[in-house]
Design a protein around this ligand. Structure first.
Ligand SMILES: Cc1cc2nc3c(=O)[nH]c(=O)nc-3n(C[C@H](O)[C@H](O)[C@H](O)COP(=O)(O)O)c2cc1C
Length: 230
């Protein structure tokens, strides 16, 4: 966790949520860079690595909503996560795109933590005014026609279905395509065609470009004035 001690009321807080099982993944690398960018922009950052913290994405009885009681006390684990969400002015979720969606661990975090009575179901939403950046790494290459569909489905699911439903004032889906070193495409016969691995300077260029696109997304998000609530 990268939490600073200072309690400057003007400082903005960001919660960076990482959903990847490997610390040497491109996703984890992108998350670390996002943390550095946010800190450079003056944010206090709370880094939530769901795998490292052992988050269990499975819904359970303690955390399942009771539609007749929005004050239901959920598990202590979920309440601790709610606190971290409440403390954040801005949330950045960094994840690999899995089946045109978020990985199960991130979906389960939303299922269990962004729950009834906390994230929705109140006349005054507790998450109102917060902003979120969904930074998704996709194996698809930028010229693959499937990319427009991924962008659209993620916006419908994550921005409309989740963030705006929970009162967020802004939700941005930022897709980082070309996250694989071997370009993949399904041909007309349904076969997965895996191209040659990009190597040497071409590979460095590919990753530098991905870093650059991620930097632009994060800096734009960090600079958003609506985050200043003090
Ligand atoms: C289960 C699974 C599902 C995937 N689904 C998609 C997908 O729907 N679209 C896509 O572009 N890439 C998909 N990919 C590729 C990942 O997005 C890609 O491997 C990842 O972003 C690479 O980042 P990483 O090295 O940090 O894992 C999938 C990969 C896995 C393992």
């Amino acid at each position: 966790m990268t939490q600073h001690d200072s309690h400057d009321s003007h400082a903005r807080n960001a919660l960076v949520v990482v959903a990847h099982h490997r610390t040497d993944s491109l996703t984890a690398h992108t998350a670390r860079r996002a943390v550095a960018r946010l800190e450079a922009a003056g944010y206090r950052v709370d880094l939530l690595d769901l795998h490292a913290e052992g988050f269990d994405p499975r819904m359970n009885e303690a955390d399942q909503p009771d539609w007749s009681n929005r004050e239901k006390p959920y598990s202590a684990e979920v309440h601790a996560h709610m606190r971290r969400v409440l403390d954040a002015d801005a949330i950045v979720a960094v994840f690999p795109v899995y089946w045109q969606s978020v990985p199960a661990i991130l979906k389960g975090w939303i299922d269990r933590v962004w729950t009834y009575g906390f994230a929705y179901g109140r006349s005054k939403p507790r998450l109102a005014g917060k902003r979120i950046l969904w930074l998704g790494l996709a194996g698809a290459t930028s010229d693959d026609p499937v990319v427009a569909g991924i962008q659209s489905i993620l916006e419908t699911n994550l921005s409309e279905g989740i963030a705006y439903y929970c009162g967020f004032s802004r939700s941005t889906v930022a897709l980082l395509t070309d996250a694989e070193e071997r370009p993949q495409r399904v041909d007309a016969e349904g076969n997965l065609r895996v191209g040659d691995a990009v190597a040497g300077t071409a590979r460095e260029k590919q990753y530098a470009e991905l870093d650059e696109r991620a930097r632009e997304f994060v800096e734009k998000f960090a600079a958003d004035e609506s985050a200043v609530s003090a």
